[in-house]
Design a protein around this ligand. Structure first.
Ligand code: ADP
Ligand code: ZN
Length: 817
């Protein structure tokens, strides 16, 4: 009898692919194991066994597999079910889900590039013959592809050898160039042990009587040690005693003081640092109880708790309870909210049980989490991660928390699978009969709508922890300020006043501007020409720091122009402003204060965020300027003022979700102000102070915003009332994109009539030399989603049968965000 397996290849192949296996292999193999297989003329892939059967494929002659790579399955039955759902719902292949789910180190293929790990300490004698040959080849060449290894060893079965070398640390996979993090060290001082006793101290003070400044330092330190009972920072001592750090250094050199360093966790637990969960306030306890009650009947609860209401502490209690029942918990966060701030907070409670899964982690770290999960290790009971952690091998899941559930970055945009992590989380939880808790201060309309329909339970938490007042939000009318000449650069007199006062009181400031760079447009005042990206249909942004023009779509850059490309005059001017410009203006306005900037340009690398957040938290920085990165659930205790430099470009963004998003963004940034005891202040600069969204933000009226936006969505037939599928066509030839999109739209319109919008060019219609055109399919509440997708798939198949259209890339995005 003949034996076959269907495998999932990590490529966008619609169907499973069949290979021929031997009788013995069929006995051994199980779904979820990996095999190395040949594909096409010369490719090798790592594939995942999907089914084992006896039906030869009819359309092609099956090849045999190269070899089996695992002894036991590396993915679970449940994962396969979940991945299947994702692939069906989001109209992509299982291979694409596989690619998104598994760490690269699991999926070696012929194109994978390997290089020598320069840092490894390699004992050549410990390498096997084949391993040595690869190692030797890498002495002469900086990198090799797996296919090169095939020819070096003159055999096809190379993946296990490479796997073993990766495990031994001899090799790196190309994409793994990760930054090492040096944790933040803060300098502390104490009295040297030599002088600890009362007498010794007395002696010392006498000795120092001729060095009054040094004496003063010692006395101050002594008083501080007695009153504060906490480590004393060099910087604090210097401030309190009025002595320069060089005097302190002299004392350290004389062994009167002793210097030491403590690695600083980004969050300090009021000095206690104990691992007992905090006692919930009455309001928090009520919310916790409500969640519990809802979970008796419903599988999803939405926790709508204002900023700083202490949602995290409620999560902690819920996690605790799951652990007591020996269940796993998944704590999902938007990628960039996944900071050490939160991880430390949870590790303090749950210690080793916390595993972090992050796309910025190296392959090995990710493989480790995966392995721990497969074996349901103690080390992976609480998984904190960004959206892809949803695809991990859970075995005993009890609860998923989706924090900041409104965040649009939960939706994967490119490449496929274009899944929404919140929605896919609910499906995953249901597979395990587990619960899902969605949390946000500004829920998505989708979730709040589901809650208002009774599909989810709803818990409201309207007070901040410690009864801190919500910040006082003031709208500043820019038109009026400009008219009356009350502006300095992009700062109104009100903003400058508030900033001055806040800084005088010793508090910190956050300034929000939704654009990075210095200015988004350069324009010649003589002829009006403005430099455009050669690859994209968009103006180049001026970055002063590098004196460069950059494209934010494709990364193209060039040196800043000296004169206009159109008329040759040197009358170039900037239009609009970004974070760089705000930073520059702040430096002029407050020259003696420290400013930092947090945007895509300053936060690259694994710990890019941490470094900036750290220094802000340590109060080395007084004013932090940034983009929406600032909004993601950060908890700073000394921020009293938040300034939103310009609300209008948020509100005017051409998207049906622009108003909802503006509300969320502004409410979230505002929520960074006044998180401990005193009330924060927020200033929003705008040309439209009467805009409903701004009124709602300033009065903290989420429900009003919800009602009004829902009304719009009803009227214009948008989610959450209608569902939408966006279909994008991409090709370098303008005419071909037009023809393809027109053909597709015509077929769709025959079926769905007026519910098909477009084809239309988006505001930026050419990116990386490809023209883009969109069609939007709206799906009324009563229309079957499944049937709609089947119909689209059918149209897509006929589309792909047309030779002229085949080169056009078609991207289908279900529930486009
Ligand atoms: P949210 O996530 O709702 O914005 P957090 O959970 O970050 O709010 O809580 C805001 C602040 O209040 C944090 O600094 C947190 O440590 C503190 N906090 C919240 N609940 C408690 C509690 N029960 N006991 C002590 N401190 C708390
Ligand atoms: Zn470009």
């Amino acid at each position: 009898m003949l034996h076959f397996i269907d495998v999932i290849l990590p490529i966008p192949l619609q169907k499973a692919f069949t290979y021929h296996i031997t009788e013995a292999e069929s006995q051994f193999l199980k779904p979820g194991m990996r095999v190395a297989v040949p594909f096409g003329k010369s490719k090798i892939y790592t594939a995942l066994v999907y089914t084992i059967h006896q039906n030869p494929p009819t359309a092609y002659e099956p090849k045999t597999i190269h070899q089996i790579l695992d002894d036991v399955p590396v993915i679970t039955e449940m994962q396969l079910q979940h991945w299947n759902w994702i692939s069906n719902y989001y109209m992509c292949s299982l291979g694409e889900v596989l690619r998104a789910a598994m760490p690269n180190a699991f999926l070696l293929e012929s194109e994978t590039v390997i290089s020598k790990n320069e840092k490894a300490n390699i004992k050549e004698s410990e390498l096997k013959d084949d391993e040595y040959l690869i190692y030797e080849a890498l002495q002469h060449q900086s990198s090799l592809k797996i296919n090169d290894v095939v020819s070096i060893l003159d055999k096809k079965r190379v993946l296990p050898i490479i796997n073993s070398l990766v495990k031994k640390g001899v090799l790196n996979l190309q994409e793994e160039l990760y930054e090492k993090y040096t944790p933040k060290l803060v300098r502390y001082v104490k009295l040297h042990d030599n002088h600890k006793s009362q007498e010794k101290l007395q002696e010392l003070l006498e000795e120092l009587s001729r060095a009054p400044k040094q004496r003063e330092v010692v006395l101050t330190l002594f008083t501080m040690e007695a009153s504060i009972k906490q480590p004393i920072k060099v910087s604090d001592l210097s401030e309190r005693s009025g002595a320069s750090t060089s005097i302190i250094k002299t004392l350290i050199d004389k062994q009167i003081l002793e210097e030491y360093h403590i690695q600083v966790d980004r969050v300090q637990f009021d000095g206690e640092g104990d691992a007992d969960a905090k006692r919930l306030s009455e309001a928090q306890q009520q919310a916790y109880d409500d969640v519990e009650t809802i979970f008796k009947e419903k599988s999803v609860a939405l926790l709508h708790g204002v900023t700083s209401s202490g949602k995290t502490e409620i999560y902690v209690q819920l996690i605790q309870k799951q652990l007591e029942q020996e269940k796993q918990v998944l704590y999902l966060l938007p990628e960039i909210a996944l900071t050490t701030q939160l991880v430390n907070r949870l590790q303090d409670y749950f210690g080793e049980k916390v595993a972090v899964f992050h796309s910025r982690y190296s392959g090995n770290e990710r493989v480790e989490v995966w392995q721990n999960m497969l074996t349901n290790s103690e080390k992976a009971q609480v998984v904190i991660g960004a959206r892809s952690s949803l695809l991990l091998p859970f075995t005993n899941l009890g609860l998923i928390i989706v924090d900041e559930e409104h965040e649009s970055s939960y939706k994967q945009f490119d490449p496929a699978p274009r899944y929404h992590a919140r929605d896919a989380a609910i499906v995953l939880a249901n597979l395990f009969k587990a619960k899902t808790l969605l949390g946000s201060a500004t829920p998505s309309l989708e979730s709040y709508f589901n809650a208002s329909q009774g599909k989810y339970g709803l818990v409201e938490l309207n007070t901040r922890y410690n009864n801190v007042l919500m910040p006082d939000i003031e709208l500043v009318d820019l038109a009026d300020k400009y008219k009356r000449k009350r502006m300095k650069g992009h700062f109104s007199d009100r903003l400058i006043e508030e900033m001055t006062e806040t800084l005088e009181e010793g508090f910190q400031i956050i300034l929000f501007q939704n654009r990075r760079g210095f200015s988004p447009i350069i324009e010649c005042t003589t002829c009006g020409t403005s430099p455009q990206c050669p690859n994209c249909d968009v103006s180049l942004t001026y970055h002063q720091y590098r004196d460069q023009l950059r494209c934010h779509y494709c990364g193209y850059n060039s040196a800043m122009l000296k004169s206009c490309q159109g008329c040759g005059n040197s009358t170039l001017d900037t239009k609009g402003f970004g974070t760089e410009q705000i930073e520059a203006e702040v430096k002029v306005l407050f020259p003696e204060k420290k400013v930092a900037r947090m945007d895509l340009d300053t936060t690259r690398g694994k710990y890019g965020f941490e470094k900036i957040i750290n220094s802000f938290e340590q109060r080395e920085v007084d004013i932090l300027v940034g983009t929406q990165m600032l909004t993601k659930g950060l908890d700073f205790r000394y921020v009293k003022l938040v300034g939103i430099m310009n609300a209008d470009n948020l509100l005017n963004f051409p998207d049906f979700r622009a108003h909802e998003r503006s509300y969320q963004l502004m409410a979230q940034v505002s929520g960074r102000a006044g998180r401990t005891d005193l009330r924060g202040k927020v200033l929003i600069q705008t040309y439209n102070p009467h805009h409903n969204i701004l009124q709602q933000v300033s009065t903290n009226s989420y429900k009003e915003m919800f009602a009004e936006q829902m009304n719009e969505r009803y009227n214009y037939k948008y989610p959450p009332i209608y569902r939408i599928i966006k279909i994008t066509f991409k090709h370098k030839d303008y005419n071909r994109v037009n023809m393809a999109a027109d053909w597709y739209a015509k077929s769709l319109k025959q079926l769905f009539k007026a519910n098909v919008l477009g084809p239309e060019f988006p505001p930026v219609s050419r990116i990386r030399n490809l023209y883009h055109k969109n069609i939007l399919v709206k799906i009324p509440p009563k229309q079957s989603l499944l049937k709609t997708k089947e119909a689209i798939q059918k149209i897509d198949n006929s589309f792909n049968a047309v030779k002229d259209f085949r080169p056009v890339r078609v991207v289908i995005n279900v529930d486009n965000y």
